[in-house]
Design a protein around this ligand. Structure first.
Ligand SMILES: O=C(O)[C@@H](O)[C@H](O)[C@H](O)CO
Ligand SMILES: [Mg+2]
Length: 384
């Protein structure tokens, strides 16, 4: 029988939430419903949705579950609810793949590519020594990187601050050469006037894209920024549905969208967003500074989306001393990296096996990660 009879949630380090659901005939599916820094809140939302709409129901009709969860409550959308739906949706797709012994991308129409290019972060929130880090990543096989543009920025900041951002990118470009792509994340830290100034100053060093050049609540300003630069514009990690994305498609100023498989309603929704993007000649580069289930979900959608450009991923044992992502996997080699690409896993469902014993052990730890609160010199709150 395919009714959902049980579910369990695990808050695990460094800042993730995993969902395990089980059917009456013993199949298990995994999802990763999380907003960075809001795992307790998303957990409560998942419990609410599971208890109200999903538990006791057949697992198969994913679209019906999605519609019920999204529309059933009258109030819709936003990071918490859409991330909760996302994780449940991933787990339902994982179950479906296991039931039919096929990878999710096969059930979504089959491959559009054999592998997907990946990029890796360099530097942290306060980027320094990025050139050296960039070189290390490229030596390890990466062909694409991403870095923060700046630290906190005033609404109108001084030339020295702009110069520093430019120097940083220039050093990276000099360290890695012209055959490596470097995305620059403005992280919503930048006001519209500074976005225009920074874009112009960074342009000679040819970033792959500038990301969140303004906060998503100011997406109506993207056209103005785009008019001042030839650098591709990326955004989308803080947008949560087709309805959030439709305006940037219609407006035409965005070149790359970055929906997050764990924030924007899951596999069902992001596949639809990807198709909408395709119709507007926009690429997708799914956002993923998250764990193995989120990454596996991204790769399944990349596999069957012709307009997938590149995949963000946080850590991998082959390239990185930190290996949180792979620690949770029964087979750490399932993400097979070569030449800056990762192969599309061919196992059933999401294509990964979660090491359940390890998850249970990690869930014993107290997980309480929150995004930092930054302040300007005058004490007012700055964007992180
Ligand atoms: O593009 C990224 O990966 C970053 O903007 C992260 O989403 C942010 O630091 C919160 O985790
Ligand atoms: Mg970002």
């Amino acid at each position: 029988m395919s009714e959902i009879v049980d579910y369990e949630l695990f808050e695990v380090p460094p800042r993730w939430l995993f969902l395990r659901i089980e059917t009456a005939d013993g199949l298990v599916g995994w999802g990763e419903p999380v907003v960075e820094g809001r795992s307790h809140t998303v957990k409560a939302a998942v419990e609410d949705l599971m208890e109200t709409h999903v538990l006791g129901e057949p697992a198969a009709p994913i679209e019906d579950h999605w519609q019920t969860m999204y529309r059933g409550g009258f109030y819709r959308g936003g990071p918490v609810l859409m991330s909760a739906i996302a994780g449940i949706d991933q787990a339902l797709w994982d179950l479906k793949g296991k039931r039919f012994d096929a990878p999710v991308h096969e059930l979504l129409g089959g491959r559009a590519r054999d592998r997907i290019r990946v990029y890796q972060w360099i530097g942290g929130d306060r980027p320094s020594a990025v050139a050296e880090e960039a070189r290390k990543r490229v030596d390890a096989g990466f062909t694409a990187l991403k870095m923060n543009a700046t630290e906190e920025l005033e609404r109108v900041d001084d030339p020295a601050t702009v110069r520093q951002a430019v120097e940083r990118l220039k050093e990276v470009r000099e360290a890695v050469g012209e055959e490596v792509d470097v995305g620059v994340d403005f992280h919503g830290r930048v006001s519209k006037p500074m976005a225009k100034r920074l874009a112009a100053a960074l342009e000679p060093h040819e970033p792959m894209f500038i990301e969140e050049p303004v906060l998503p609540e100011h997406n109506d300003e993207l056209g103005d920024v785009a008019a001042h630069t030839t650098i591709p514009i990326a955004t989308g990690e803080r947008m949560f549905s087709r309805w959030d994305f439709k305006e940037v498609f219609e407006d035409g100023s965005v070149d790359v969208i970055q929906p997050d498989l764990s924030h924007a309603g899951g596999i069902t929704e992001v596949k639809k967003i990807a198709s909408m993007a395709e119709a507007y000649d926009v690429a997708i580069a799914p956002h993923c500074p998250l764990g193995p289930i989120a990454l596996a979900s991204c790769i399944q959608v990349d596999a069957c989306s012709p307009n997938a450009l590149i995949q963000e991923q946080s850590m991998n044992i082959h390239y990185n001393e930190t290996s949180d992502v792979v620690d949770y996997l029964a087979d750490p080699d399932v993400f097979d990296y070569e030449d800056g690409y990762v192969d599309i896993p061919e196992g059933p469902g999401l294509g990964i096996d979660i090491d359940e014993a390890f998850v249970r052990e990690q869930a014993e730890e107290d997980v309480d990660w929150h995004g930092p609160v930054w302040r300007h010199d005058d004490g007012s709150v700055a964007e992180w």
